[in-house]
Design a protein around this ligand. Sequence first.
Ligand code: PLP
Length: 402
Amino acid sequence: MDSASRDTTSYVTAHRALATEAVHAGRDDLARQGLHAPPIDLSTTYPSYDSRGEAARIDAFAETGAEPDGPPVYGRLGNPTVARFETALARLEGTQAAVAFASGMAALSAVLLVRSALGLRHVVAVRPLYGCSDHLLTAGLLGSEVTWTDPAGITDALRPDTGLVMVESPANPTLAELDLRAVAHACGSVPLLADNTFATPVLQRPAEQGARLVLHSATKYLGGHGDVMAGVVACDEELAGRLRQVRFATGGVLHPLAGYLLLRGLATLPVRVRAASANAAELARRLAADPRVARVHYPRIGGAMIAFEVYGDPHQVIGGVRLVTPAVSLGSVDSLIQHPASISHRVVDAEDRRGAGVSDRLLRLSVGLEDVEDLWDDLDRALGERSGGTRRTALPASVGEA
Ligand SMILES: *Cc1c(COP(=O)(O)O)cnc(C)c1O
């Protein structure tokens, strides 16, 4: 097992800048092994002629959830290729560890199970969250109970059985931002989970601001090419151990090929996020100055996501794009646009959705790496006629604002 790639305290890896970590973290042992590209280990099981030794290793894992030294015993217990991605992401987020899952929702599910296993079933959360995260909490599918509040209400919402406070900043899909340091303070001793999918560690490192758990849908920017589904939680080693135990018990593991692609994606993460953000900032500026656009939401910290409300029918914009792909998801090298009230946040009750600022006229644009003039030409055409567009047209009743 490539334990060298996990050595997050090694002097070799101390004090390296983010751009350097992005290309080197999780790969520190390769040159010594005579390799350049990371190997992909597809093993589901690992041979051992010492079953007493295996028993001891399994007992140790059951106690702390620390990754066993040596080969992982069985694929659900760990995988060296996935571990490289975990090491690298932990370095980028500035945490002791990271634990990868089959999707962002599998990662969030594991966090909820870790806390409810301790009898801490109550969650305090701030809207908006990604639609399925909202749904998972609201429906109580994993036995949790949620209190929705605004940031100022967090402390009052805490109960003896509160196991988690959950926020997103910038939030999906409105790009609303929170003061994570203040939120972390309001949580007291209850762990704060910050979903950092939109910002990525390139723009924001929530652990430095007091979040104990940093969640990513790695399907988005970390993978970055629209071809990997994954989730990851960056946190301290104690919580990581519990998350590995839940992952082992419930099986939401990441496939090693996905681990390989994610590590490869991380190498270009800073470059991709900065270039796409520059495109997005320019498009946000043009949209804000456009008479067909009622409102533009673009985060103070920047990023490659834009939310905007049109005066006309948002469905016509979705139907009108040619270069931008009308599709849910985000964070790929190519631009995507979607209508949250119809897709990403459809599972959220309409009243709750509108109350969280997700209007029926809101569009969410994930800006990619195309030439910004080509992107603008496409949006400009999709937005339709300029003349007469400033009057707010009525939406069909099914999509109209209540
Ligand atoms: C997509 C997304 C998720 C869910 O991740 P999956 O990989 O689709 O399971 C969670 N949070 C945010 C902010 C997302 O955008």
